[in-house]
Design a protein around this ligand. Structure first.
Ligand SMILES: [Zn+2]
Ligand SMILES: [Zn+2]
Length: 310
């Protein structure tokens, strides 16, 4: 008779004594962190020790421990760990006193309650140097009477996951991947950037937009309002100013586009009639189909209607 619970198998041996060993589901995969994974080397070095000690804790007999440690060795080998690193970890667990391992480690809990200020940053290849620099110059901070009571004797550094391939390749159309910080929380509306060729064609408007936009904003829905009142809605994934100058070029070269035709036919090609306003933003990564274009144009018109009635 045996009972499986989480990662433990409880069973009776031939003397009818209760024993415990490691339990793994048949469907369990080898999900040990790969030795070459982009993690700090101290973290990767710590994994074998942690795992062998876990096996030691779970197995009630030394025979079971050795058997399970052997399986663990195979799984670690598959994930690129060196024989030497595994041998050291195995030896440590083999020699450890199981009774001691079963007592919860209290020192960790008391550490948690200490209010230590942490340095938190994105994990990067320079993390070793960052750690080194902070450690080397910690004494500068310690010289401050007020700081010294809260910063502890050495820097506590925590790294959060950096951008991975998944983040770079997969984009959600629905979520905005950039959270605004107080640094970029600028005024909403459409403005001139103040230093480009498209600036004279921008009509400043700051009533209905939900974003900050200017000539240099990439990914906008815009409205060209002719001084005679006629309107054209467009969108561009590129910088707004590139698209504006393209329209200007169309007029100059009398190209067959709706904006250029209008200016040339009704206003004798006068560029002064052109006034552009960005009304909304689109994510430059968005793939826009015809249907979405129509929706965008309609919402731009709605925005304008609101603008005019206000
Ligand atoms: Zn500009
Ligand atoms: Zn016109």
């Amino acid at each position: 008779m045996q009972l499986n619970f989480l990662d433990i198998r409880i069973y009776r041996d031939f003397n009818n004594d209760v024993q415990t060993t490691v339990f793994r589901k048949d469907t369990a995969t080898n999900n040990l962190l790969h030795a070459k994974s982009q993690h700090s080397s101290t973290l990767i070095r710590g994994i074998p020790t942690g795992q062998y000690l876990r096996v030691k804790r779970i197995c009630s007999t030394q025979t079971e421990f050795k058997k399970e440690a052997d399986k663990l060795y195979q799984r670690f080998k598959q994930r690129g760990y060196s024989h030497n690193s595994l041998k050291t970890a195995y030896k440590r667990a083999l020699e450890a006193d199981r009774n001691q391992l079963l007592i919860p480690n209290k020192s960790k809990e008391t550490n948690k309650s200490n209010k230590i200020i942490r340095f938190i940053g994105n994990y990067c290849s320079e993390q070793k140097e960052i750690r080194q620099i902070l450690t080397n110059h910690w004494q500068i901070l310690e010289q401050d009477n007020d700081l010294t009571s809260v910063i502890g004797t050495k820097p506590t550094i925590t790294f959060r996951r950096s951008r991975n391939l998944h983040d770079q390749l997969v984009h959600s159309h629905l979520s905005k991947n950039v959270k605004p910080t107080w640094l970029e929380n600028r005024t909403k509306g459409c403005y001139k950037c103040g230093s480009c060729l498209a600036c004279p064609f921008i009509e400043r408007a700051l009533i209905y937009q939900e974003h900050f936009m200017n000539c240099k904003t990439s990914g906008v829905i815009y409205v060209m309002t002719c001084k005679c009142g006629k309107r054209y809605v467009g969108k561009t994934k590129r910088e707004f100013r590139r698209r504006i100058l393209e329209h200007v070029g169309d007029v100059k070269h009398r190209r067959n586009t709706s904006v250029a035709r209008h200016i040339n036919e009704f206003h004798n090609g006068s560029l002064e009639m052109l006034k552009f306003t960005a009304v909304d933003r689109i994510e430059p990564t968005m793939r826009i189909g015809d249907r979405q274009k129509t929706v965008a144009a309609r919402s731009a018109m709605d925005l304008l209607a609101k603008y005019e009635s206000s």
